[in-house]
Design a protein around this ligand. Structure first.
Ligand code: FEO
Ligand code: CA
Ligand code: CA
Ligand code: CA
Length: 598
């Protein structure tokens, strides 16, 4: 008789045990390489990385810092090559500059940091006979977008009084994108990038709306406001209203001006992921990553055009400008019950319930309409958090990636953690966020009514409650807990072709390093979670891309540990002792060339 397979198809590898090795650890029989690191030159004329003599001009032609979201897109006509798009979420100057004086950064250091933010587009090439990927420097599609690149504001807020500044009286041209965390790839061949913790770049906030978004009232840690007045709200009060959007990039057109789509609302967008309705309209999910914040859905009203003609591509770049923005409200179906040490389940045996998408505002070609009493449509799109407060949306435990499974249509919401849940006067556990002082986070599974992306009603249940499986408050979709990997702080998610959910973690609270995990979402192995890799000291795992024969991850902020600096590095990854720690992208493949996990 045939031996019963050891795991679900796509997840048949020997799980990597939790560890604290200062390296990327992959399963037995798998290989890896560093594809590209902070500072590697990608544009024509960019010099090799020399951290002791770094300049803003050099950095603007080199791969940026702290890579997060990754997309790998097809490149027709160039064999063995793909287009890599990466987010550079933020900079950590203490690990970038020797002798950095955080009270007195120099103009050059600040300008290097501006150039190390943003996005990279770089063609990568596969070694024949292995899964190794290497960059193709100076390829004409390679591109850097930074904190000073021109972007276009589109949608209902473009040109509004709320976004006009002295440098841009028309309110449509913004310099730069900041804190791009996760993102998504659209069915029309572009990429989406979420501007997340933009508040930290702006000084001297004073309005209630600034406070609601966490903009501080004094100077910033980075002190950028000393070098460009647009980062000082006392001088340019509207500049901050031009960040916190979903950015769309056409990576196939290096001359294109990327867009900030205001119809998707303004909040700390973790990312943005797209699916299509049966009649071809885009639906975009996005989480607002902060404790007790919400998650959202945008349903577009225009249909995607197929093909790669210029007119089709131009049309598709306007798809996210018209439609309705919704926020989620979840209702449990059992009497309130906190998951506690006893491992008790609710009366009906499941943490589950129903939900509705509450409309906030609709953008049309003829203007926008608010669905929130006391707020104009423009206010809803700029101060989206306040609109969601008013309609009674459900406060979640830090919504990170919200992503539909392309195989089943079910939507997964990674809720990374919330140590403040039920603490002091903060909201207590509810059926959708069932653990007080939630250190390890959980993952929600959501089914749109009739499995239609545009439905305004849905059902939900908890798919995973993270932690050490020996902890009775953990839950792995009902799978026996003696054979699953421990997991903590789910953040980015992705799917493989089998419909398995892959989860990257950020901030492991179990004492081992962050990593990447795969878990079956259906069949008799549903809930069987297995760890695929771990990352170096201080790093989080980001941007997973799961292809048939390759897994790609971003190792973000390796060596970011309290007290670490260039002089006292906490990690020697990836280049070894005596070198700067460098955030980097890693490819993993099977040594025998086979498909991942089969
Ligand atoms: Fe940048 Fe929500 O992680
Ligand atoms: Ca229930
Ligand atoms: Ca993230
Ligand atoms: Ca995170």
């Amino acid at each position: 008789a045939r031996k019963k397979p050891s795991a679900a198809r796509g997840l048949r590898f020997a799980p990597v045990p939790p560890n604290t090795a200062d390296t990327v650890t992959v399963p037995e029989g798998y290989r890896q390489n560093v594809v590209i690191r902070w500072g590697d030159p990608i544009l024509r004329g960019a010099p090799a990385f020399d951290p002791e003599r770094q300049s803003a001009t050099a950095q603007a032609g080199q791969f940026g810092y702290n890579c997060d979201f990754l997309a790998l897109l097809p490149l027709k006509g160039e064999r063995g090559r793909q287009l890599l798009v990466a987010n550079h979420e933020y900079t950590n100057e203490i690990l970038m500059f020797r002798g950095y004086d955080s009270e007195n950064p120099t103009r050059e250091q600040v300008e290097i940091s501006w150039a190390a933010h943003g996005l990279s587009v770089v063609v990568v090439e596969e070694d024949r006979g292995s899964g190794r990927l290497t960059p193709v420097p100076r390829h004409p599609l390679n591109r850097r977008l930074t904190a000073t690149t021109e972007f276009r504001l589109t949608g209902p807020v473009a040109g509004s009084d709320l976004v006009r500044t002295s440098a841009d009286p028309g309110g449509t041209r913004v310099l730069g994108t900041l804190n791009n965390c996760a993102g998504g790839t659209t069915p029309w061949g572009t990429t989406l990038h979420g501007e997340e913790n933009f508040n930290q770049y702006f000084a001297n906030g004073s309005r209630a709306t600034d406070r609601r978004y966490g903009v501080g009232s004094g100077s910033t840690e980075r002190k950028w406001e000393r070098f460009d007045k647009r980062f000082d709200l006392a001088q340019e009060p509207n500049e901050v209203h031009r960040f916190g959007y979903v950015v769309e990039l056409d990576p196939y057109d290096p001359t294109s001006t990327p867009r900030k789509h205001t119809a998707l609302g303004r909040f700390k967008h973790e990312g943005a992921t797209v699916r299509l309705t049966h009649d071809g309209r885009p639906v975009v999910y996005s989480g607002d990553d902060e404790r007790f914040e919400y998650f959202y859905k945008f349903v577009g009203s225009k249909r995607m055009r197929h093909g790669t003609s210029r007119s089709a591509r131009e049309h598709n770049l306007t798809l996210l400008d018209e439609g309705t923005l919704y926020v989620a409200r979840l209702t449990g179906d059992s009497p309130a019950l906190e998951i506690d040490g006893s491992g008790r389940l609710p009366e009906d045996g499941e943490f589950d319930g129903s939900g509705e998408w509450i409309p906030l505002a609709t953008a049309t070609a003829d203007g926008a309409v608010s669905h929130v009493e006391g707020m104009t449509a423009e206010e809803v799109f700029v101060f989206t958090r306040l609109a969601a407060d008013k309609v009674g949306a459900t406060k979640m435990d830090r919504p990170e990636d919200v992503e539909p499974n392309p195989v089943t249509g079910k939507v997964y919401v990674a809720l990374t953690n919330n140590s403040r849940r039920g603490v002091d006067s903060n909201p207590a556990a509810d059926e959708a966020n069932p653990r007080n002082a939630n250190k390890h986070g959980h993952v929600l599974e959501l089914t749109e009514r009739w499995n239609r992306p545009e439905s305004t009603r849905f059902a939900w249940s908890l798919f995973l409650v993270a932690g050490d499986p020996k902890d009775p408050s953990t839950y792995f979709a009902g799978f026996p807990k003696d054979s699953v990997s421990p997991i903590s702080c789910p953040d980015n998610v992705a799917f493989d072709a089998h419909g398995n959910l892959w989860i990257a973690t950020d901030g492991n609270a179990l004492g081992s390093h962050d990593g990447l995990f795969g878990v079956a979402t259906r069949g008799d192995r549903r809930g069987e979670l297995r760890q695929f890799l771990t990352v170096p000291r201080g790093a989080e795992t980001c941007g997973p891309v799961i292809q048939d024969r390759r897994v790609l991850i971003a190792v973000q902020h390796p060596g970011e540990v309290d007290g670490a600096s260039v002089e006292r590095p906490a990690s020697t990854w990836p280049d070894g002792p005596g070198t700067y720690t460098r955030p980097a992208v890693v490819a993993v493949w099977r040594a025998d060339g086979g498909a991942i996990g089969v």
